[in-house]
Design a protein around this ligand. Structure first.
Ligand code: FES
Length: 134
């Protein structure tokens, strides 16, 4: 069963997770902090990591919604193939968060629905006009 963006709620510190020490890979190497925002909220990431890693570590799981159903998506393949993690970065829609390194000062927002050619991915698709229906 899928959940909508509203049903998923807001970021929760209890959902935040970053593996600090891995059995096979060892301790997490040092990295500079990177400060950016997601939907206007400050997020701290690690230099060089993908946007999605920083968001997951901050407890953020919903990155986009589906155009028709509004169902929430938060990444699936994590290698740039499925489009489940598309976000808007500095006003540019359709950025795959799983393969895009986080950068200091970027403004990342949820992508609601489709990329609209007018450049505003946050607008809902226009309602069909019944007077022009075939
Ligand atoms: S999670 Fe599949 S493209 Fe990013």
């Amino acid at each position: 069963m899928s959940q909508s963006r509203d049903e998923m709620g807001t970021p929760d510190d209890s959902a935040a997770m970053r593996i600090e020490s891995h059995t096979l890979l060892g301790p997490l190497p040092d990295a500079a902090e990177v400060h950016f925002t997601f939907d206007g909220q400050p997020v701290v990431g690690r230099a060089g990591e993908p946007i999605i890693a920083a968001l997951f570590a901050a407890g953020i799981r919903v990155l986009r919604t589906m155009p028709q159903s509004g169902e929430a998506r938060g990444g699936w393949c994590l290698v740039g193939r499925c489009t489940d993690c598309l976000v808007v970065v500095d006003g540019v829609p359709n950025i795959p968060a799983c393969i895009t390194p986080v950068a200091d000062g970027v403004c990342v927002t949820t992508q609601y629905g489709l990329d609209h050619s007018d450049g505003n991915a946050l607008d809902p698709p226009p309602a069909p006009n019944p007077s022009t229906a075939p």
